[in-house]
Write a protein that binds this ligand. Structure first.
Ligand SMILES: *Cc1c(COP(=O)(O)O)cnc(C)c1O
Length: 395
């Protein structure tokens, strides 16, 4: 059983592990040895569950979307992670990791961010706990995601512009790692998705698994059965997908679908569809699938959604792809934007452009009339207003 979860050595089949500089060994080893004990501790669980409820706003509703259901001839539910505090699922993980950091007696937090969503979720929990927060962000991303930079500053975080490389997420991650090497004793590094060296992918997946835990009892209430026919999620690094797949991985009757960002099209050179374009390699401390040139240089990804333009996927997903347990498909910018606008008009919900990629799967899959389908609505679209307006003007 549990054959899709991480093994004792930190591997998911061929993928995973911890490929880190020697200077980080002590930190990663401390985490590896303590994370399960801490997470399973009763007082940890109590505090985690209480903050998820009273601070993040859990459980999030499982909403039956009647107009979408009629259109796509299925019983379509939306798991409303968009209603979480700070606007997306990311807060589930940052609450978990800040509680872990406190139990490890770390006083300072560092994080990397691309679009700024993880940076905001990290700055939020640091303010909540009165902890010092430094967020590394590529200078180009700071220009593109200016409102999130201001949010982080309002919350009391220091945002450090990274001017090396392409000045985007990969470079910010390198800087965060470098900082951690220099401050190993008092600092915890909060990684924002199911990526990085073991035990991060497993730890983040466990924190996000509250999503499928709630889905099970919510579906039992509404459908008399915890098992849907489909669960659909967008995949950047893969944390919201890992969360809504987690408690269904061993239930093979549940079809799991991951939707990656195809950008302008898979073969245009402007894409982030890692399962279609990637090859095995090492990225951010783990062996996984990543987009790379023949000589192993990471290819800069592209997507209209800043949260999905990551050049790899977490090792859990690389294995789920290889084993065929999860079907990976992709949606272009245009397909996602159409699906996002459809949700605005048909259900009165403005989704994050990331989540709109998951919605785009509805017109790509073929359902039976009584199929129960859950789409994980990973975040809300307030941050994407400009993107929607600009896309509408082009039409
Ligand atoms: C960050 C983000 C994502 C992508 O991250 P995953 O780790 O793949 O979940 C998706 N949706 C929203 C709303 C996000 O903020």
């Amino acid at each position: 059983m549990m054959r899709y979860n991480v093994d004792l050595n930190g591997y998911y089949g061929d993928f995973g592990g911890a490929f880190i500089p020697e200077l980080l060994h002590a930190n990663i080893e401390e985490l590896r040895q303590t994370y399960l004990t801490i997470l399973n501790d009763e007082s940890f669980q109590k505090e985690f569950i209480q903050l998820l409820r009273d601070y993040a706003g859990r459980p999030t509703p499982l909403y039956f979307a009647s107009r979408l259901s009629e259109k796509y001839h299925a019983r379509i539910y939306l798991k409303r992670e968009d209603l979480c505090h700070t606007g997306a699922h990311k807060i589930n993980n940052t609450i978990g990791q800040i509680l872990l950091a406190r139990r490890l007696n770390k006083q300072k937090i560092i994080a990397e961010t691309g679009a700024g969503q993880h940076g905001v979720a990290t700055a939020t929990v640091c303010a909540l706990m009165g902890m010092h927060c430094t967020v590394y962000m590529g200078q180009l991303d700071m220009e593109r995601q200016h409102p999130n930079v201001e949010r982080m500053k309002l919350l009391g975080a220091t945002v450090v512009p990274v001017t090396s490389g392409n000045r985007t997420l990969k470079d910010a991650t390198n800087e965060a790692m470098r900082h951690w090497i220099n401050h190993p004793k008092d600092t915890h590094y909060i990684i924002g998705s199911v990526v990085g060296p073991h035990p991060y992918p497993d730890m983040v997946a466990r924190f996000q698994s509250v999503i499928s835990q709630e889905m099970k009892y919510q579906l039992t209430e509404k459908e008399g059965n915890p098992y849907p026919d489909y669960v659909i999620a967008c995949v950047g690094g893969g944390s919201n997908a890992a969360g809504c797949f987690y408690h269904y991985l061993d239930d093979e009757q549940v079809n799991l679908v991951g939707v990656e960002a195809a950008g302008k099209g898979v073969n245009t050179g402007q894409s982030a569809a890692t399962t279609a374009l990637g090859k095995p390699g090492i990225l951010h401390g783990s062996k996984t699938l990543l987009m790379q040139t023949n000589d192993g240089q990471v290819i800069e990804p592209y997507s209209i959604s800043a949260g999905l333009d990551y050049p790899g996927i977490g090792p859990l997903h690389a294995n789920l792809h290889k084993t065929g347990r999860v079907e990976f498909i992709h949606a272009t910018d245009d397909e996602a934007m159409k699906a996002g606008l459809e949700l605005c008009r048909m259900e009165g919900i403005i989704p994050a452009v990331e989540s709109a990629h998951a919605l785009a799967a509805l017109s790509k899959l073929s359902f039976d009339n009584d199929d129960v389908v859950v789409v994980n609505l990973s975040g809300r679209g307030d941050k994407d207003l400009e993107t929607y307006i600009r896309w509408n003007m082009k039409q």
